[in-house]
Design a protein around this ligand. Structure first.
Ligand code: FPP
Length: 236
């Protein structure tokens, strides 16, 4: 089976999963953490090299403060609890996004976890936190503009840059573009996720709510991917 190098997931449906059961939305997020663990294990078992997860968008800051706090708290707790698991299983942990908006305590825990796992190579687990595709492209464009302004002697060379050259200004620099983007809960949109990096990603939509998306579902989307014919705009 053709295994994607990078699988990316828009984890959606935690709130609905909880509401359908008469539970608080936070219960859905807590159950969602179990799916994060299951999919991480499945990714290692299947030989996926990069698993990235859209955990919190720039737009999610607009949710009720109590839900934002619960999500950030879960993020903190999960990271602390999973560190030994990451170390035992060769998982490199990375957080990408607008980290200036995160609390100091969370940021230092993220830094510590990233530092301790930086040499692991079995799987890279990327958590997109306070991320949006437009924000990423804009911050990249600003970095590029500054570089041009500060290096007048290199203007011609910098302005001749192609799309591959621009990759290095994005927060995902060094990480291959996702081969497969999955969204759960039956919604069929990208919601401002990896707009640049997802240019040629295969898209798979699952009707399962994220808390119900476990190993079997993960394996099933890999199976769907393996049957896709990727042409990158060319003729085969
Ligand atoms: C989408 O469901 C889910 C989120 C916005 C948060 C995902 C976060 C986690 C699973 C918990 C922590 C993550 C890690 C990486 C440890 P929704 O709330 O939009 O659901 P709805 O569309 O049904 O309202």
């Amino acid at each position: 089976m053709k295994v994607p190098e990078h699988v990316s997931i828009i984890m959606d449906g935690n709130g609905r999963w909880a509401t359908e059961r008469g539970l608080d939305r936070t219960a859905g997020h807590m159950e969602g953490v179990e799916s994060v663990r299951a999919c991480t294990e499945a990714a290692v078992e299947c030989g996926v090299k990069y698993l990235s997860l859209y955990a919190f968008s720039e737009e999610n800051w607009g949710r009720p403060q109590s839900e934002v706090d619960a999500l950030m708290g879960l993020m903190f707790k999960s990271m602390v609890e999973e560190l030994s698991n990451f170390l035992d299983n060769g998982i490199r942990f990375i957080v990408l996004g607008n980290r200036q908006r995160l609390a100091e305590a969370l940021n230092s825990e993220i830094d510590a976890c990233m530092e301790k796992t930086k040499d692991n190579g079995t799987l890279t687990l990327v958590i997109f936190l306070s991320y949006s595709g437009k924000w990423d492209i804009l911050q990249a464009a600003k970095k590029f503009a500054l570089e041009v302004a500060r290096n007048p002697g290199r203007e011609e060379e910098l302005m001749a840059m192609g799309p591959e050259g621009f990759d290095r200004y994005l927060v995902t620099a060094g990480i291959p573009d996702p081969d497969l983007i999955v969204r759960t809960s039956g919604e069929m949109r990208l919601s401002n996720y990896l707009l640049w990096q997802g240019a040629y990603s295969e898209l798979v939509f699952s009707d399962l709510m994220w808390p119900d998306f476990r190993k079997e579902a993960f394996r099933s989307v890999l199976e769907t991917y393996s049957k896709r014919d990727r042409r990158y705009g060319k003729v085969k």
